[in-house]
Design a protein around this ligand. Structure first.
Ligand code: S3P
Length: 743
């Protein structure tokens, strides 16, 4: 694989130090054609000869002075402690207008050395640090693609020449690197924590154990743990000695923080404080898993830049057999929230291990709750009681999850500490005034970004008073938010809904022994009671089952059994609507599990017909409309949806995004302000965009069953928020949809 050829960005590039990093920089740029000439210099004569022979450079100079003559850019790629001497030599030369840059892994000391030898930091010196390497070293290991999709951090100073910065930036980008700019100090702190400290600990631990065991007996018994932890103690001692001397201050800072935490762990072991140990270990494990996911995509790649995960769904196929969709998202969120606020240990089974529910777990871990798992759907929540949450160390990041943000806001409005709630790009566009306004009316102090968007800043220590709130829109999130705040508010908090919405919060509060009064459309709570830990079995999510209900309905010859699906009457609008359209859906083995109705659902293919969707079913099927639009596209005649403006403020504007996609596939789908009109007919193939909305991505995967040619669906990464094993289950059931192979 070689680097793409380009128009020259500069005339002469000079690379000083032709080891792995300098050699790879030179070779990549030479191959790319981005420099008219690449000249090398190295103190080691055989390396110079080899560099020319291997095509790493066009030519090598015999002296530093010769090398630098006429240079446009000079890359300093020598070991970090050799830098001062090199800079001192450069300071005696006439460098003309040359731009200087370097690759040292600590930046503060390079800047200090340059300032010392030049009298001041040259304006055309752009400090840099590529985060890349390999176990091999020397010019013979030079690889033109070494930096591709790796981070390169440039640390310009306030008066660095912007033109010089632009040139260095462009050269690294030419090599396929992902360039970021950072302040010198910040760079050194980040690297001290993520790279230098782990190396120090690995070297230190191996030495400490080795010198205390004269016969090295311990190594005879060393198992995987020791091997994994100490792998990096095999790194180059001289290079690391240099790095610690160069980045002294930042390393000391992070080391002191770590010693403090290590002392706390020591104390926990000493005192037999298992709770403290479990807290540290579960939090660390979650952080590590999150990190591994990022690493798995590729080391140091910014996942956000490469997140156009494309699904390709192929036409045809029928669905049969039986399958179990993952746990209900709404119930999973609430199991963590109420489990955390309960007294005692709550065991959860069937928990949805999707990113949204995991964001809720992380938020409660950040507030000091010890939560074990999830492991194969099992979670153990060590409740802290209604008043046991602790101030989080920083903003609570809730990813894509509107439910986490809205429900948490109610809870946090009543805590003694301040909190900040943030989310991803989609969540950051969603309306929060619907909760901020009524919470303020209860006495909460909440700030939002303009137009009531996240982030939310919530001031702690407020005394809330209960109120009777008539919701202007049918929203279970708003209702749940206010009921959670009501657990702490003086007097009664009552919420009346204009139409029935999911009642999992009310049911689960009762399951935890907390009284909830329900009178008609009004649910109310009073303070002064406790939640007692319980067992929760999360049923399958009907919102995930919905994709298969529609898929099996529209794919001829299908007969599918969906096992153990939650069929709470506030959630079954999708079944009612599909039945009105003529679907063949049968609920079998209806039972109640942990306060929630559950059934196995048999669905067989049927000829669907268009209908006017009754407005009272809208809140009961609110998350299922994207896939219902696919059903409507396959139905005979016209389907009309009204009274569903809420769809415009979900993870995407689901009316517009679905209409755009369906139109791209040749379907007559016309959006209206509060709904859509769809004329059933043939579905073509082509490209559609899910706009980061999980349910849109899965809906178009279903549409392909009846398409004439494949559908390519862009931006599908968010499927992991609610249905991480969607592709596997779809395949198991008989659909042909998979990730596009980008390798
Ligand atoms: C949810 C309620 C619904 C739904 C969301 C989950 C919940 O939102 O769309 O996916 O868990 O309470 P609204 O209550 O805002 O309609």
């Amino acid at each position: 694989m070689s680097v793409q050829r380009a128009e020259p960005i500069i005339g002469r590039l000079v690379v000083i130090g032709l080891g792995l990093i300098g050699g790879s920089f030179a070779k990549g740029l030479r191959e790319s054609g981005a420099c008219a000439e690449v000249v090398g210099f190295d103190m080691d004569a055989p390396s110079r000869a080899l560099a020319v022979e291997l095509g790493v450079v066009d030519r090598c100079a015999e002296s530093l002075q010769d090398a630098c003559r006429g240079a446009d850019v000079i890359q300093l790629a020598v070991p970090i402690l050799a830098m001062e001497k090199l800079l001192a030599q450069l300071a005696t030369l006439d460098l003309g207008q040359a731009v200087l840059t370097d690759v040292g892994s600590a930046k503060g000391n390079v800047v200090a050395c340059a300032a010392k030898v030049f009298g001041a930091m040259p304006r055309r010196f752009v400090p840099g640090h590529p985060i890349a390497g390999s176990e091999q070293s020397g010019v013979q290991a030079a690889k033109s693609t070494l930096f591709r999709r790796h981070k390169v951090i440039l640390t310009p100073l306030a008066d660095t020449d912007p033109a010089a910065l632009g040139v260095v930036d462009a050269l690294w980008r030419q090599l396929g690197a992902d360039v970021e700019h950072m302040e010198v100090r910040h760079h050194d702190e980040v690297l001290a924590a993520t790279s230098h400290l782990p190396h120090l600990l690995a070297f230190g631990l191996v030495d400490s154990l080795a010198k205390r065991n004269e016969n090295l007996e311990i190594f005879r018994y060393a198992a995987g743990g020791f091997r994994d932890f100490t792998r990096i103690a095999g790194s180059d001692p001289v290079m690391w000695h240099d790095i610690f001397l160069a980045n002294r201050e930042a390393v000391l800072h992070t080391l002191d923080d770590f010693r403090h935490d290590l002392d706390a762990l020591r104390a926990a072991v000493d005192e037999g404080d298992g709770h403290q140990l479990l807290g540290v270990f579960t939090r660390a494990r979650a952080a590590r898993e999150h990190f591994s996911k990022i690493l798995a995509r590729r080391a140091y790649v910014d996942v956000m830049d490469s997140n156009d995960l494309i699904f390709v769904a192929k036409p045809g196929g029928k669905l049969d057999g039986s399958l179990r969709v993952p746990g209900d998202k709404s119930i999973s969120h609430r199991s963590i929230m109420l489990g955390s606020l309960a007294e005692g240990t709550t065991e959860v089974e069937g928990f949805l291990e999707g990113e949204d529910a995991l964001a809720t777990i992380q938020a409660f871990r950040d507030m000091g709750v010890v939560i074990e798992g999830p492991q194969q759907g099992k979670v153990t929540v060590h409740g802290v009681g209604l008043r046991g949450l602790q101030a989080p160390p920083g903003p609570l990041y809730l990813g894509n999850s509107g439910t986490s943000m809205r429900l948490l806001a109610g809870l946090l409005a009543a805590q003694p500490f301040d909190s900040v709630l943030t989310g991803d790009a989609s969540l950051s566009r969603r309306p929060m005034n619907r909760i901020a306004k009524p919470l303020r009316a209860m006495g909460a102090v909440i700030e939002t970004a303009p137009e009531g968007r996240p982030p939310l800043t919530i001031r702690g220590g407020q005394r809330l008073s209960g109120m009777h709130y008539a919701m202007p829109m049918a929203s279970a999130q708003v209702k749940s938010c206010l009921l959670l705040a009501g657990l702490y508010a003086a007097g009664e908090t009552a919420v009346t809904e204009p139409a029935p919405t999911r009642d999992h919060t009310e049911r689960m509060l009762r399951g935890f022994g907390y009284p909830v009064r329900i009178e008609g459309a009004t649910a109310s709570v009073e303070p002064g009671h406790r939640l007692s830990a319980t067992r929760i079995e999360v049923p399958g999510d009907i919102s995930s089952a919905a994709f298969f209900l529609v898929a099996a309905s529209i794919a001829e010859g299908s007969d599918l059994l969906l096992e153990h699906v939650g069929v709470n009457p506030t959630r079954t609008g999708v079944i009612s609507i599909l039945k009105l359209m003529g679907a063949s859906i049968e609920l079998q083995n209806l039972r109640e599990v942990g306060g929630e109705p559950v059934a196995d659902i048999r669905v067989r293919s049927a000829r669907l017909r268009g209908i006017d969707i009754p407005e009272d079913l809208v809140p009961l099927a609110i998350d299922e409309f994207p896939v219902l639009f696919v059903a409507a596209s396959c139905a005979e005649g016209r389907t009309v949806l009204r009274g569903a403006e809420e769809l415009r403020v979900k993870e995407s504007d689901r009316i517009q995004v679905m209409a755009d996609g369906l139109q791209a596939l040749g379907v007559d789908a016309r959006p209206t302000p509060d709904g859509i009109v769809i004329q059933g007919g043939p579905i073509g193939g082509g490209e559609v965009w899910s706009h980061g909305d999980h349910r849109v991505a899965m809906s178009f995967s279903v549409a392909a069953l009846r398409a004439r040619s494949p559908i390519r669906i862009h931006d599908c990464a968010a499927v992991a928020t609610s249905f991480p094993n969607f592709l596997a289950l779809a395949k198991q059931a008989g659909m042909t949809v998979g990730e596009e192979d980008n390798s």
